[in-house]
Design a protein around this ligand. Structure first.
Ligand code: ADP
Ligand code: MG
Length: 255
């Protein structure tokens, strides 16, 4: 086979490249020289104690925060450059939060149609077809005309994920998507995320669900006090953690 080693194939380039990012709130260093890459189709999980900078890192990825140093490249483009099209960036990155943030005055279908029509230029019929297909996939076809306050927590979060998918994002960011849910509803949301992961979606996930991280992650980054202290495969992280703070974090999580 002929290879052109000096010319990397496009797929060799990371989809997201975080390089030496620093973010402070006053004197507090929320992110302190954070660097990592995410390849196309990769599932990168961020774990770590509360306050370690995980949410801040996710928010920086779609420029919801300003940073004091470093660079974040998405598809090779510096997202903090003044020429970056932030609207486009955010359309390509679906974000799912702990609180579901559905539009309360719109039913599920209208929640799903609104942004694709306004921002992606889809016709209402196209957006409705896509919504139907996605709702079948996330198990919510029978809730299409329900309003958010008629849904359980697990259904709301599945609707929020479906809404993010309706924008046809290239990357999905999840910030503790199950931590506001009763335990019996966590599984249904993790099932939807597992399905998405198997389908090849590039995902950056913050979670305290260690069993899920172990199963679904390609790579896990352990953060503490604004730094990545250790990273590796689920096997590395859970079976042979090196850093004392990672070990103590995992002990606490397993209690
Ligand atoms: P995590 O998601 O890991 O719990 P965060 O990224 O939310 O951590 O927070 C990292 C640190 O930054 C914490 O010390 C937190 O108190 C602080 N922080 C986060 N957001 C703000 C803000 N808007 N203003 C001031 N401090 C903040
Ligand atoms: Mg957080």
């Amino acid at each position: 086979m002929t290879t052109f080693s000096s010319v990397p194939a496009p797929s060799d380039a990371p989809l997201i490249s975080v390089r030496g990012v620093r973010k402070s709130y006053g004197s507090l260093h929320a992110l302190n020289n954070v660097s990592f890459n995410v390849m196309e189709g990769e599932k990168v999980f961020l774990i770590g104690p509360s306050g370690s900078g995980k949410s801040t890192m996710l928010r920086c990825l779609n420029r919801l925060e300003i940073i004091q140093a470093g660079q974040i490249l998405v598809e090779g483009k510096d997202i903090y450059d003044s020429t970056c099209d932030i609207c486009r960036l955010r359309q390509d990155m679906g974000m799912v939060f702990q609180s579901f943030n559905l539009f309360p005055h719109l039913n599920v279908l209208e929640n799903l149609i609104l942004c694709p029509v306004r921002l992606r230029g889809m016709t209402r019929a196209e957006a409705a077809d896509l919504a139907d297909a996605l709702l079948r996939r996330t198990g919510l076809a029978d809730k299409k005309y329900a309003f958010p306050d008629e849904l359980s927590g697990g259904q709301k979060q599945r609707a929020a994920i479906t809404r993010a998918l309706a924008m046809k994002p290239r990357i999905m960011l999840f910030d503790e998507p199950t931590s506001a849910l009763d335990p019996e509803m966590t599984g249904e949301v993790l099932d939807v995320m597992t399905d998405l992961a198997r389908d090849g979606m590039t995902m950056v996930v913050v979670t305290h669900e260690m069993g899920f991280a172990r199963e679904a992650a390609d790579r896990i980054l352990f953060m503490d006090q604004g730094e990545i202290l250790e990273q590796g495969s689920p096997h590395d992280i859970f079976s042979s953690p090196q850093h004392p703070r990672l070990r103590s974090f995992l002990r606490q999580m397993s209690r």
